[in-house]
Design a protein around this ligand. Sequence first.
Ligand code: TPP
Ligand code: MG
Length: 899
Amino acid sequence: MSVQTKEIYGSRSASSSGTSNDDKWSESLQSVFELVLESQGPERTARLLDRLAEKLRAVAPGTGRGFNTPYVNTIPPEQQAPFPGNREIERRIKSYIRWNAMAMVVKANSTTNVGGHISTYASAATLYEVAFNHFLRGRTEDFPGDLVYFQGHAAPGMYARAFLEGRLDEGQLQNFRQELADGGGLSSYPHPYLMPEFWQFPTVSMGLGPILSLYQARFNRYLQARGLVKWKDEPKLWAFIGDGECDEPETLGAITLGARENLDNLIWVINCNLQRLDGPVRGNGKIIQELETVFRGAGWNVIKVIWGTDWDDLLARDKSGLLRKRMEEAVDGDYQKYSVEHGSYTRKHFFGKYPELLELVNHLTDDQIRKLLRGGHDARKMYAAYKMAVEHKGQPTVILAKTVKGYGLGEAGEGRNITHQQKKLNEKELREFRERFNIPISDDVIAETPFFRPSPDSPETKYLLERRKALGGFLPERKVTAPPLDVPKLDYFAEFFKGSTTEASTTMAFVRLARVLLRHKAVGRQIVPIIPDEARTFGLDALFKEIGIYSAKGQLYEPVDSKSLLYYHEAKDGQILEEGITEAGSIASFIAAGTSHATHGVPMIPFYIYYSMFGPQRVGDLFWLAGDIRAKGFLLAATAGRTTLNGEGLQHQDGHSLLHASTIPTLLAYDPAFAYELAAIVAEGLRRMFAEGEEILYYLSLYNENYAMPPMPAGVEDGILKGLYKFKSGPDGKQNKAHIFGSGSIINSALKAQEILAERFDVSADVWSATSYKLLRTDALRCKRWNMLHPAAPQRKSFVETSLAKERGVFVAVSDYMRLVPDQIAPWVPGGLMTLGTDGFGRSDTRARLRRFFEIDAESTVIATLFALAGKGLFAHQLVEKAIRDLGVNPEKVQPQIV
Ligand SMILES: Cc1ncc(C[n+]2csc(CCOP(=O)(O)OP(=O)(O)O)c2C)c(N)n1
Ligand SMILES: [Mg+2]
């Protein structure tokens, strides 16, 4: 620093503290900056500034502003696209929707306690209405429509709009959250399972909508890259998200995918009303600034819409920068307070901190100060942001729109901490709401909160319908248009029915099956193999080379293993979705592929193969959602079984995911033992889902234990599909009879026990393969219920009852899963069912030791069978005790299940 500059600006230490010195520095830098900007243009200037910032960091590492921009709108007024709509009419339409959305909830809760939300939509109405009137495109002949993820708790707003559009009637609105009422009602939230022609995407479990939208945006690119769809225009994906919802790991955890894959078809609109359910999202900070950092860091285009038009003038006159400074200083807790207080409070506490700011707002009354709009309530600001978002290239866009939660509710909830839960308004509050939004409802009926729909020839209805027509049609709407597929018949899988003496696991059988299917001319191209970084574990790496790994960028590098036959092959038209280590992302891809029949009219067949332990246990809510969204496809729970996956220990060994999976109503859970069972189930799944169009899911456990795969016995197909069939009868002429149900690779314990029982204990045991306890139980429950409700009619018998009716002796079940799995059918087994299973935490050890530890090996199965016989008085208890000793089982050993 020269002596002269030191004189002007003061010494280093003095200048670092004083504001006026800062101003001087700022002015002088500003003039240089303007010169550079004018002569060099914005891009070059940005580069030069970056270089300077780099120099600064060389002296003081870690300095700099990072990823934040000032707390003002990203789009300055002079760059704001003009609003093309009729603001007055749009405002009226929005007001009517606001009213009806509120009325639905208030009405429902005047006679019931079914709940509902008013304040979420109240804060988001402008975000939705500008989008509906100007951006969201419906489905047409050659365009699948934009895909919109509506924030779950804003559902009343979507119903209220559909009412104005004439798509829903008053009776349906009346029955909001009363789906079982006469004439039907409306589901609480977006559930395609419950309203299959209306909702496309379930969103209400926070975080799931956002992650689905990301992987769906990528899946849209995948379909295009593989030539499976040809669209006139590329659909956009819009996800409306809560600011509180951003605390969910599923919301933010995968956003880098958006930038990595240049998903400029994706737009997130985060409604930053600064509140969640209990209170402020970030009372002591600023959620918009925090999210900006995260998204900019992740490579997204960020558009902040913080201030409404009223603030433009104030900011333009803020020459000193003090207003910006004040905006920056105030935390969200302050802003929330300003939204509930009178204008005088904001004048005193916000502007009043600096005398210059008080002067800036001298011309405004307190009421005008109170009404200074936030950006998310200003249609002009939102329009400009959406326009910039849809035109942005190369990156996904996130719009951070600042709003007030419960906007318009006044003292009934606006900006208050209780607002999320508010579902009742008294008459005074209803009148205020009506006045504020100018709803033509008279005093004498207002207490009944009647719905209001302008007549079909009113300017509002005409305008609204014309806008939707111009944009291609109504939204949301779900339509299944996919054609049936000519799926392979059973004979296509002949090789699996023959059996093989070469030892193989069911996982290996599946890999073989996948390769055979990939070659099939009608379904091969539709198959989507999805893997979260475990292809090598499952032996699927052979597919890398054959069908390629999808990558939007192709392969920009020479793979390290390029010389090998099975090299890691990424390609623009690759078929595999290799997701990396993300089970949430992988199942999101599964859901995108498994709903393609409805979303795009293109049937796709996802095969998602993963570590069974990291299935529904890890991301159960997404599995559940797969049922709600009516996804189809195959879920392959590999490395199944608490003891079959040996060595790995407690956190890997799965002995319960079949139970998690069984909870999903549309899911068929199978635990097959042999290659032919697998083939029969997959063939049937293909038929039901892709030829018949059933919206169901198949869940199959796959094991990694090798053994000879037997040929399929005659006439067992039906039993395989229904859940139980006799695989191998015991020898004739024995004193006692028993039946052992085995599943998965543990059927081998049953088979070995069969030999021991015959040779050493004079027991003939039939071995059955139990492929699905869930299906057996569901069928049995169905019969039981029918019988109960038709007590005088001839009583029905379930499949399991019919199958076992003629069998005598005792019944034992053994599997690599918890006892609860076979216990499901115990009530229908003659004389009861003795179950063995892997209850308790896993251990690292060999299969043999693990199976003894969990008491599911052959010896333990023999003991259980003898004990069951003893229980019926068919075998002496002393002899069971002797057998325990002879078989080398320690009766005092540790019990795996401890509580
Ligand atoms: C996974 C999950 N956890 C909790 C809830 C319950 N819940 C519903 S809405 C809500 C608050 C939402 O706040 P925010 O995302 O900010 O949305 P806003 O209503 O403010 O727009 C909570 C906690 C839920 N729906 N999903
Ligand atoms: Mg919120």
